[in-house]
Design a protein. Structure first.
Length: 168
């Protein structure tokens, strides 16, 4: 069925009138001033005395431990690393089986011979100690060569070469 132009215009006007009238009716039917108010239920409250009443005497601030700050400027103290007098080196470590008489040994050219060295694995934070010995030919591509059992105390053998920190 084909609608004429007049019928199309009538339908458009009816649609627009309905689209405008429905929101206006909805807004107008909202809350009117003659509507009856429903009373709100009264709520009973209970207050417990916790002893936190205000009094005229204010207690002095308490310092539990430590010194009292002389200059309150809102800044904390800055922590600086300990001075190790140049006795810390970062580098790489590998392992090698030393003779049975040197089970806690390591070999490096960075530390004096006979020095006890603390080796810290930078990947996991584990530490171990070893004694620097002269074992002959040392690999120059690594900073320290650890005995196999010393290396296993801080990492798995498959983790070699290992980033480490030496302190002595």
């Amino acid at each position: 069925m084909e609608l004429s132009t007049i019928d199309k215009n009538r339908m458009t006007v009816a649609f627009l009138a309905t689209a405008i009238a429905l929101p206006l009716i909805f807004i107008a039917s909202g809350r009117s001033s003659d509507a009856t108010e429903r009373p709100v239920a009264q709520v009973t409250t209970t207050t417990y005395d916790l002893g936190l009443t205000l009094d005229s005497e204010v207690d002095a601030p308490a310092n539990l431990e430590g010194p009292v700050s002389v200059d309150q400027n809102g800044q904390g103290q800055v922590a600086y690393p300990a001075d190790n007098s140049g006795r810390m080196v970062r580098g790489t470590a590998t392992y090698r089986r030393f003779p049975d008489s040197a089970k806690t040994a390591c070999a490096t050219n960075l530390v004096p011979l006979g020095t006890t060295i603390t080796v810290r694995n930078l990947n996991n934070g584990r530490k171990t100690t070893c004694v620097n010995i002269n074992i002959g030919a040392i690999s120059t591509s690594f900073d320290i060569t650890l005995h196999t059992s010393v290396f296993e105390a801080i990492a798995e053998l498959i983790d070699a070469p290992l980033p480490i920190e030496l302190t002595w």
